[in-house]
Design a protein around this ligand. Sequence first.
Ligand code: MG
Length: 202
Amino acid sequence: MKIICIGRNYAKHIEELANEKPTEPVVFLKPDSAILPKKMPFFMPPFSNDIHYEVEVLIKINKVGKYIDPKFAHKYYDEVGLGIDFTARDIQVQCKEKGLPWEKAKAFDGSAVVSNFYPKEQFDLENLQFQLVQNNIVVQDGNTNAMLWKIDELIAYISQFFTLKKGDIIFTGTPAGVGKVAENDILIGKLEDKEVFQVKVK
Ligand code: MG
């Protein structure tokens, strides 16, 4: 399986990082080795001094698709989850400055927190509230209604470049409020009122 991530899909997050507003979705990949095994802590990697959390709604692909029409995109997923796109912001800044790929900053081991998945019917995906709580403080509070590109548009866009396969996961972008993690942090993710993951930082 592969993980396809969308960058810059919420206007307020683009502003907080002083990024340019894209005219097309920003897309990058994480390998399956990036997935943080369930119940494992996240270990701060030695190569960065600035690891950021980015909480994101996840979509799990349920069948093979290529050149998917946006109006049929909803047939390619049944389940939704929540995750963290851990980012070595210091490395990413260096990569951006040099015009280099982001993988070292985005795709390292443990950089993808993936919750359990839930039937999409349990939620209103057009108006889905989600939060990241860091040590009992809500640090990110997003809603899919603020996405620049909706889930079905993202699937259509991604499938022009990458064949989507059953089990692939899409990270749909982070809202504003990204910030630094530190050792001993406890990060809790919520979809509406449901706690869907808890990660300790070590
Ligand atoms: Mg992200």
